[in-house]
Design a protein around this ligand. Structure first.
Ligand code: UD1
Ligand code: CA
Length: 468
């Protein structure tokens, strides 16, 4: 089979999105629309791609070069004069190329690679191969016009349709495999004699039909629909999320409700992990085998090791959770938290840039910021790492086996030596040597009978006020 190169049209602004962000940079399941399309093209075997860029050209170009390097080059379309004009711009990067060109729109993120592979296979010997699909509501799509023999002979844009043509519900989803030499000829023939005064790529069908060399392949519209406004973006996002959830479930991930998990496209989950309802896994999360991510957790760019358990409503970002560790419920792990194996971080604990050695615990109501915590450390309820003096962040170091009593403030920079104890309610401002006890409370005094006398006095005051 000859080489196939992709052209992805991504120069439009997407006015109907009513957004400062160009349309192709909006996301479904954490991936930009344009990346969804380019990924599908590569998966279907395209050797390289030309992306046609215009609106927010720098942003789109830098995203593409970050993701694909030299496999995607860009062509600049300064004025958006239609999809045909955009394709001409794309072809300017393919001088002398003689193989096939797969032309796609950058706003159709659901395109399955399998559909593209089929198009590439079936269109191998044609000037033009395209997908068509039948839908209940064809509004807005280009209609496929056929002759008496049933051959596809033209695509008519919605706004250029006669009333009869508007009734046609076979539409153009916008996926084409075109012979490069033929495409050059066809591009030269385009005219802007339509309602928008643009050059339409869709007119290549009429040009190819005259030469009689067209192959059309039936597609399924639910997976081919384009995004023109935010409502369509939401619909497409839902389809994509469901598809991702099903892929994981078939690969052995326990997902109780396939429609109520939000797993971004790049997330990696090992078999036998479980994902509860309402969970969001964003960015590049990696979830190990046997790990449980319970109801309502929101994890972004997280590494969760095998058999860890993240209890409900935990929010965690750019951090790692070790083997068999327990986190949550209601825990907030901020960036650069590294929890070792068998650690425990309980409810209403917030961490940031803190490392916890094996088996260490902070079970309730604490703030651990800029901490270096060894193994087997117990951090009592209500402990605060006072890491910030208004100018700098300072480190709190707790060596192995340290015990921090509840309601203690550790004023950093500070080191508490191996095996030391900090008594409850202590404000620690100086280093504590290994195996020492740090204690900063005032001495307790018990005034016998005082409470009863106080109550009597207060009661009497209340009564005398009520009389007045
Ligand atoms: C297009 C098709 C229509 C099809 C529909 C499928 C044409 C003329 N019409 O209509 O038959 O049913 O898609 O979704 O092709 N773009 C550029 N430069 C331009 C114009 C557009 O790069 O000058 C890009 C856009 O960024 C977008 C894509 O091409 O990603 C499609 O453009 P859009 O305006 O959305 O076309 P539709 O009106 O949806
Ligand atoms: Ca569109």
């Amino acid at each position: 089979m000859s080489e196939v190169v992709g052209i992805v049209l991504a120069a439009g602004q997407g006015t109907r999105m009513r957004s400062a962000t160009p349309k192709v940079l909006h996301k479904v399941a954490g991936r930009t629309l344009v990346a969804c399309v380019v990924d599908a093209a590569f998966e279907a075997g395209v050797s390289r791609c030309v992306a046609v860029v215009g609106h927010a050209r720098e942003e789109v170009t830098s995203l593409l070069s970050d993701l694909y390097g030299e496999r995607v080059v860009t062509a600049h379309q300064a004025d958006q004069r239609g999809t045909g004009h955009a394709t001409q711009c794309g072809m300017s990067q393919l001088d002398g190329y003689e193989g096939k060109v797969l032309v796609l729109y950058g706003d159709c993120p659901l395109i399955p690679a399998s559909v593209l592979s089929e198009l590439i296979e079936r269109g191998a010997d044609a000037d033009l191969a395209l997908i068509t699909a039948t839908i209940d509501d064809p509004h807005g799509y280009g209609r496929i016009l056929r002759d008496e023999q049933g051959r596809a002979i033209a695509i008519r844009e919605h706004r250029d349709c006669s009333p009869d043509e508007l009734a046609v519900n076979e539409v153009n989803p916008g996926l084409y495999l075109i012979d490069a030499a033929f495409l050059r000829e066809a591009m030269a023939s385009l005219k802007d004699d339509n309602d928008q005064g643009e050059l339409y790529l869709t007119d290549v069908l009429a040009f190819a039909a005259e030469r009689g060399d067209v192959v059309d392949v039936k597609g399924e519209m639910t997976t081919l629909r384009g995004v023109n406004d935010r409502a369509e973006l939401a619909i497409v996002d839902q389809v994509m999320r469901r598809r991702i959830a099903e892929r994981h479930a078939r690969a052995g991930v326990g997902i109780r409700d396939l429609d109520d998990v939000w797993i971004d496209a790049q997330v990696v989950i090992a078999p036998d992990a479980s994902i509860g309802p309402g969970v969001h896994l964003r960015g590049h999360c990696q979830i190990g085998a046997g790990a449980i991510i319970d109801v309502g957790c929101v994890l972004t760019d997280m590494r969760v090791a095998p058999d860890a358990h993240v209890l409900p409503y935990t929010v965690a970002t750019e951090s790692s959770i070790g083997d068999r560790a327990k986190v949550g419920p209601f825990t907030h792990l901020r960036p650069k938290t590294e929890l070792g194996p068998d650690t425990k971080i309980g409810n209403f604990v917030e961490t940031k840039k803190t490392r916890l050695g094996p088996g260490s615990k902070a079970s309730h109501l604490s703030y651990l910021g800029d901490g270096e915590v060894g193994a087997g450390v117990n951090i009592g309820a209500g402990t605060i790492f006072c890491n910030y003096d208004g100018y700098q962040k300072n480190v709190t170091t707790l060596e192995d086996g340290v015990f921090i009593g509840s309601d203690s403030q550790l004023v950093a920079p500070l080191t508490i030596g191996k095996g030391a104890y900090v008594a409850s309610g202590t404000t620690v401002t100086r280093d504590v040597p290994a195996d020492a006890l740090a204690l900063s409370r005032t001495k307790q005094e018990n005034k016998l009978g005082y409470a009863a006398r106080l109550r009597a006095r207060l009661e009497a005051m209340k009564k005398s006020k009520a009389k007045k």
